[in-house]
Design a protein around this ligand. Structure first.
Ligand code: ZN
Ligand code: ZN
Length: 345
């Protein structure tokens, strides 16, 4: 009898341990107040999950290799429905992981600038939508749609482009007094078209175009958006050199506080309709955009004939035979040399 009881207990225990996954409560997304924008760390790629009250939107899904990550990300939050799935453009680092999202969540509307693109990754994306009976909608500039209490507006692309980056869906999202601009991989040309179309582009938070490439986020565009915060989604030590120094310097000039997924992992921004606040996965205090140290000029080159002295980088240096060097500008001036008008040493 005792033996039998033991066997039953053992069987029960085994059964229970085998069912562990089933017994664990599955999270269920119920939404809440406010707007949350999660810039998911997908390395050299983009994926942004937006939830506002009980509405959900996924902008891009990372690379194909991120499919599992995106699946788990949605599962952990119990997000079984995405009201909007936005594929900003057909490149793999934006649509590759979307099948993972669609495996867990059903899509309401799927927006993409093209319905056809010659790649296996794109075919997989279309197939994943097909399985849900959803077809791609090509958004029109100026189109608006609500997302919970927020409102989204399509501000680009304006014109067709041969370069997929130039077809990027650019979206402005407003929630109360706060606003966001998601620029996909838009580059200068598309930015100019968008500026020409005259939309209100002002935003508290800018998702920087094309992973921080120097060919994106031009000064005229930045001047219209006037962000206080910017987020760059790129991979650590990526082979493209993103983010580029030129872009980082423009963001410094515009006094923008920068968050970076390569340095800080996933970046989460919450808006209560009045203000936005950020949390990061790691390195909260990282110097994301330190000022470049000015290049030290360790000597000056003077022309013994014209008696003018220059920085070594000057375009108007004298011929080798007419040169004399000084360690400091005071030395040069003390010898009666005058500073060059071009390099202004
Ligand atoms: Zn990209
Ligand atoms: Zn791209």
């Amino acid at each position: 009898m005792r033996k039998r009881l033991f066997a039953i207990t053992l069987t029960l225990l085994l059964l229970l341990s085998g069912c562990e996954g089933l017994l664990e409560p599955q999270p269920e997304f119920v939404g809440g107040s406010g707007l949350t924008v999660e810039f998911i760390d997908v390395g050299q790629a983009d994926s942004i999950l937006v939830t506002c009250e009980d509405a959900t939107m996924l902008i891009d899904g990372g690379n194909a290799a991120d499919s599992d990550l995106i699946y788990t990300y949605l599962k952990d939050r119990g997000i079984t429905r995405l009201d909007y799935v936005i594929a900003t453009h057909a490149h793999e680092d934006h649509i590759g992981g979307l099948p993972g999202a669609l495996e867990y969540a059903e899509a309401g509307t799927a927006l993409c600038p093209v319905t056809d693109y010659d790649s296996k990754v794109f075919d997989n994306f279309v197939r994943a939508l097909d399985e849900q009976g959803v077809s791609i909608t090509v958004p029109e500039p100026g189109e608006r749609f609500p997302l919970g209490g927020a409102e989204a507006e399509i501000v680009g692309p304006i014109n067709p482009s041969d370069d997929p980056n130039g077809t990027s869906v650019v979206l402005r999202l407003t929630y109360g007094k706060t606003s966001f601009l998601f620029a996909g991989d838009a580059e200068r040309g598309e930015e100019q078209d968008i500026l020409g179309a005259g939309y209100n582009l002002s935003a508290d938070v800018l998702k920087v175009g094309h992973h921080g490439s120097d060919t994106s986020t031009s000064y005229p565009f930045l001047r219209e958006v006037m962000p206080r915060y910017a987020v760059i989604s790129c991979g650590t030590d990526n082979s493209y050199g993103h983010p580029h120094d030129g872009l980082l310097s423009r963001l410094r000039d515009a006094d923008v506080t920068l968050y970076r997924t390569d340095m800080q992992g996933s970046v989460t921004c919450v808006s209560d309709g009045e203000t936005v606040s950020f949390t990061v996965e790691r390195n909260a205090g990282a110097q994301t955009n330190p000022a470049q140290p000015s290049v030290a000029e360790d000597h000056y080159i003077a022309n013994i004939n014209s008696r003018v002295f220059h920085r070594p980088s000057c375009s108007g240096l004298p011929a080798e035979k007419n040169r004399v060097t000084f360690g400091t500008r005071e030395e040069a001036a003390g010898e009666g040399y005058t500073p060059c008008g071009i390099c202004k040493p």
